[in-house]
Design a protein around this ligand. Structure first.
Ligand code: GLA
Length: 722
């Protein structure tokens, strides 16, 4: 609900348990009054009237002691007279860069509409507050849109700029969301890492100065998720406050926290202003991607629940958001590029006998692709390798009772490919410079309409050529040598953003034409695991690192924001291909069952024992998959040596536990559960015990005495009484 207070100058975005309050000052500047646990009241202006005035700051509008620089501004401009980091930067035709937007009017409507060309969080009960601002000197309009998802305790923010002047305007920076706090006693919370080590949780105390997290790689990146939060010091799972921003965008982004000299904090997130600008002609408008803003007053778990519910209900493709995902077998780590029909058919036969539901043929099935040096862009099947047409191959998979899926990397072109021979100008490159090659491939210039159409057409042909149920859409290199041979000189800095808009257009077309196809997003693992891609693709390959122990940190971090139903998690071979670690099939299975279970090992080389164990795992997972994919996920432990988590769905619970290194002569501890009903009785299926919720939460489940390092346990529990 949106309450309008104080002579229509205060807007209270009121949710189930959260309030966000914005206010228009008499000068027409917008300020953030409050964001936090729900408050009730009619008059909130005192929050800023209490600000103690500092010296040496400019007065605003010539009013003594009206110092804008001390105000918690909602969407601050540059240099008039706030000298902190602005949320946008414009350059006008006369060379000036100072903007002065003042409030004009508001507009409330529901439900929210899809943002043109951009992924959007949508719900029929959402309500939108638009605040219209205007710069009279430059004749530019700004619309700040805040959408309230009251039942989800979430707000999304986006910003639109409209050029009403007859002169060209250059946007150098335009954030999607900004919030100002009159305090700095916080830590930053980020999800950082690298290829194979995505989404590690990182806490840092903030201090005077600016902290910047960004990606310049052309994708949101392995190194940092487009997420930034402020939290109370030493935030816990169930205690402390969090203010979180997650950008619904898949390209270069920046997120910053600035603590000023008076211990006020400003946090913002949006398209990276580094190497960005956008030319806005007369009557044109620019819309930023949107940001999800979520507050929790009960620690990380509450934040997680809010993100998970919002994303599962309002962001994921509705057709797949609440539909159980098939258990897949992928041949990548089993064969890499080296396969032929006989090998694949034997793999498929074995996989189907063990209960696998979807076979995914990974890289190497097209063109002349026997290694990573050739054929990206030539999306025609290599019949020599498959021994038949793609259509007939898919039929053979279907005959085994499985669905059929395929790997593609349509945004790329190999140097050795027909496509590159025909269209050398279609790549991202700077005129007169030889672009850098990475994994022997170039990036196609998705800002071009002809390139977009080519990708749509070639994927259309492919998807029509055989019965394909699933696509793994990969993107395996950073975008370097930023230059487009078709954009004019003045628009070269638009390339990164235009690339992402082009990608979204392609995905829009393909997902609408083939609504039944399950898309899994991948960028060398989790290099583009972000809410933007989740709007089109209901599953993500979480990381190329398939080691169960490495996955503990990766999946724990990912779980902070993204629900289990989107996380692709595979059981792979031991020793593991990335780190050489040996782990049991039990441990690999327990960890992979934190999300969508899949297998990525050679089914033709399994011992009878391994076959039996895998068959049992698959049978077990089918019984609990609804709990994992449709239930609520909670982290119980994530300390360096021990990890535990639980999924709850209706009256059933699955609990997972892993210890990394075993110590001698220690007494096994117990694992305390959470979120149960104290007086209800629960049947622990795994150990055949009946326990009350209060016992399970306060005394806990028995842990085994681990017999080896990397030991795992899993429990299935059913509620028996109310
Ligand atoms: C990327 C993916 C892998 C695999 C290879 C194929 O690295 O993340 O899972 O598909 O490409 O080349």
């Amino acid at each position: 609900m949106i309450d309008i207070l104080e002579n229509e100058h205060t807007f209270h975005l009121s949710m189930q348990q959260t309030s966000m309050i914005l206010h228009v000052l008499p000068s027409g500047h917008l300020v953030c009054l409050y964001w936090g646990k729900k408050v009730y009241g009619q008059d909130f202006q005192y929050i800023i009237q209490d600000i103690k005035r500092a010296s040496y700051l400019s007065d605003t509008d010539g009013i003594l002691d009206f110092k804008l620089e001390q105000m918690p501004l909602s969407y601050p401009a540059y240099g008039n007279p706030d000298m902190r980091t602005p949320s946008f930067m414009l350059q006008y035709y006369d060379g000036s860069r100072v903007s002065d937007f003042r409030y004009q009017s508001y507009h409330i409507y529901h439900p929210k509409k899809k943002l043109d060309g951009l992924p959007t969080v949508l719900h029929p009960d959402s309500e939108v507050l638009e605040l219209h601002l205007y710069d009279h000197v430059q004749q530019v309009e700004m619309i700040l849109s805040y959408t309230v998802f009251a039942d989800y305790d979430a707000v999304t923010q986006s910003v639109e700029l409209i050029n009403h002047s007859c002169k060209v305007l250059q946007i150098d920076k335009i954030m999607s969301a900004c919030w100002s706090f009159l305090d700095s006693r916080y830590e930053s919370l980020t999800l950082t890492g690298a290829w194979g080590r995505e989404c590690h949780i990182q806490h840092n105390q903030i201090q005077q100065g600016t902290f910047l997290l960004d990606s310049k790689r052309g994708a949101s990146g392995h190194g940092q998720n487009p997420f930034l939060a402020l939290s109370s010091l030493n935030i816990q799972e169930n205690e402390g406050e969090v203010f979180a921003m997650n950008l619904v965008y898949s390209g270069n982004f920046e997120a910053s926290i600035e603590v000023d000299m008076h211990q006020n904090t400003r946090m913002m997130i949006g398209i990276n202003s580094f190497d960005f600008s956008w030319q806005l002609d007369q009557n044109e408008s620019f819309m930023t991607p949107e940001t999800v803003l979520i507050h929790s007053s009960h620690g990380l778990d509450e934040m997680t629940q809010r993100f998970h519910h919002l994303y599962q209900d309002c962001l994921l493709p509705p057709r797949f958001a609440h539909t159980l995902k098939p258990i897949l077998a992928n041949n990548w780590e089993a064969t890499y590029f080296h396969f032929h029909q006989k090998k694949l058919l034997s793999f498929i036969e074995n996989a189907s006998q063990l209960g696998i539901e979807l076979f995914v043929l990974d890289d190497g099935w097209f063109g002349q692709r026997d290694n990573d040096q050739t054929s990206l862009g030539d999306w025609t099947v290599n019949e020599k390798k498959l021994g038949c047409s793609l259509h007939d191959f898919a039929q053979q998979v279907k005959q085994k009772g499985m669905k059929f899926g395929l790997w593609v990397e349509p945004e790329m072109v190999s140097l050795q490919s027909n496509l590159y021979q025909q269209h050398p100008d279609w790549i991202i490159a700077v005129n007169n410079r030889q672009p850098q090659i990475a994994r022997h491939q170039y990036v196609l210039d998705l800002s071009r309409e002809d390139v977009q159409n080519f990708i749509i057409q070639s994927m259309n042909n492919l998807l029509q050529s055989a019965s394909i149920d699933y696509i793994k859409w990969d993107m395996n290199r950073n975008i370097t040598d930023l230059g487009s041979l078709h954009l004019p000189i003045t628009r070269q800095k638009e390339l990164n953003h235009r690339y992402i808009l082009g990608l979204y257009h392609i995905l829009d077309e393909l997902t609408q034409t083939f609504p039944h196809v399950l898309f899994e997003g991948c960028a060398g693992g989790g290099g583009r695991f972000d809410p933007g891609m989740l709007y089109y693709m209901s599953q993500m390959w979480t990381s190329d690192d398939t080691d169960a122990i490495e996955r503990l940190d990766i999946q724990t971090g990912t779980s902070l924001l993204y629900p289990s139903i989107v996380m692709g998690c595979h059981v792979s071979a031991s020793p593991n291909h990335q780190v050489g670690r040996k782990t049991s099939l039990l441990t690999r299975g327990v960890v992979a069952m934190q999300g969508n279970l899949g297998y990525e090992l050679d089914f033709t080389k399994l011992t009878d024992d391994e076959k039996r164990t895998i068959q049992q795992q698959i049978t077990d997972y089918k019984k609990i998959r609804d709990i994992i994919q449709l239930g609520e996920f909670h982290r119980l432990l994530h300390q360096p040596n021990e990890y535990a988590w639980m999924h709850i769905y209706k009256d059933r619970i699955v609990v997972g536990y892993v210890i990394k290194l075993v110590k001698a002569n220690t007494v096994p501890k117990r694992l305390k559960l959470k979120y149960l009903k104290a007086k209800s009785l629960y049947y622990v299926v795994t150990t055949n015990d009946i326990r009350s919720g209060s016992e399970l939460m306060n005394i806990g489940l028995d842990l085994d005495r681990p017999k080896e390092d990397f030991y795992a346990q899993q429990w299935i529990i059913e509620k028996r009484s109310h």
